[in-house]
Design a protein around this ligand. Sequence first.
Ligand code: OGA
Ligand code: NI
Length: 347
Amino acid sequence: MGEIDPAFIQSIEHRPKLTVTDPGEIPVIDLSALDSGAVDLLVADIGKACEEWGFFKVINHGVPLEVVRRIEAAMKEFFDQSIDEKRKVKRDEAKPMGYHDSEHTKNVRDWKEVLDIAVEDPLVISASPDPQDQELTKYYNQWPEYPPEFRKILKEYAGEIEKLAFKLLELISLSLGLARDRLIEFFQGQTSFIRLNHYPPCPWPELALGVGRHKDAGALTVLFQDGVGGLEVRRKADGEWVGVKPIPNAYIINVGDIIQVWSNDKYESVEHRVVANSEKERFSIPFFFFPAHHVNVKPLEELTNEENPPKFKEYNWGKFMATRNRSDFKKQAVENIQIHHFRVSEH
Ligand code: OGA
Ligand code: NI
């Protein structure tokens, strides 16, 4: 088996405990209440979950199971191919959508491989991080040749997952006391993408992580995971890492940094990570729900006032993404751009 490549090794304080504390505490929300008319209760439950956990699971979410089964089968077929085959759709700085097997989170390499597919093809985004530069660029998807139905299956999945994401966005708006459609306009020309994650078995689960601890930068993440488990969430109540136990066919939803800023810290974006597994491979499919590039992210006026002044300065989403993208291709000495860089200093 040899030795682990040092690029994967987490510093001691970030290494996982391989015994999981208190699984199954993340709230489970049943979206069938949307059809039965008990929307007020549902909205209250979602608000509570966003405040207390930043994470929840949804069941009866409306994404047809056969659509999920098809994308699961397609991703397995894709990742089962040789590395040379997969690298035919390799992403790089000019083509940031595609296959990648050496992602770093906080400068430590993740034990995983991914394939990123934008839901708008092409995805329109700022060409550079330079605030003066108004130029836009387009990211085109790179479609694998195999399996042959891949593109069709992905498009079908994207359509379904988008419907769920908008449903959740409306419920979250209501839970913040906003109009149901208050946040929708930010997603006209969305920069969302679907990531297919494959976590191969890892001989050193005590040293490496599938994904290192991080927060999601977007508005919401809508994640499908298989039955293997490994996702852990930093519990707000005590800072402990808690395992998110898989429920068959449920989705895991988490608040991202943009909702934290919009809500002026009412709903915080919570840290999470993926523990590696020495025996089993694992698959997961996050949908990162991102607004349009021109959106300037700042605390919503309705949610701030004199007693609760804005806690963040405005930032442009396209520039934020362009900055992230550039740093994705380099192992950097400095921290990746984060929302706390826009936090108004408190005295
Ligand atoms: C991510 C992530 C979790 C998982 O890709 O941002 O947190 O379970 N993934 O794969
Ligand atoms: Ni994440």
